[in-house]
Design a protein around this ligand. Sequence first.
Ligand SMILES: [Fe+2]
Length: 207
Amino acid sequence: MTMPTMQEALKLFEQTLKQRCEQSSRFEFGIAKNFRIHSAMVAVCAEMIASRLPEIDGQKAYIMGLFHDYGKLTYDYERSDKFHGLEGYKALNKLGYDELARICLTHTFYEQELNIKEYASYNPSEMRKCRKLIQEVPFDDYDRLIQLCDRLSIGVNYNLKERMKYLQNAYKIPTVQLKKKYREALKLKSYFDAKCGCDIYKLLGVN
Ligand SMILES: [Fe+2]
């Protein structure tokens, strides 16, 4: 199990973001700012929830949040049917950061037996690979925490409902699937509400 230090993590994140911007002006001017905001908001959310949970390391949770979408920095994801989670998994494993690699892979899913049909915009053979990989690693609380924080973060705010609306528009998710995603996200929130002994929305300052 290898994790970068905070200093190493921030350096790697900035370097890779810079490289991506140098490769694509479309990314630099159209996506980079929102990518940075989203990654940082997920990181802060994870650290704030972790502050209530002695069994979760806050710094590790922050770094995991920051890197959950790292795969999007490694290729032109908007013009590809590759799955960014798998690309991040491969890239971070190559660097020896297996715990971060795992988060890239698990953050999108909410069940070990993922239904490939629900991820129709991605290459099916990639999704079969993901299913096989995630079946080998039962989700732990770090996986669940980043899954929740990713679903909470919308711009500079946190709100599950607003994030779902955004995902529906951005990825054209059918309503039935979206409702399922929302139900699963609420279950994750309830899980952490109970663990923290408070409403996560209060902790995050959601009105
Ligand atoms: Fe994300």
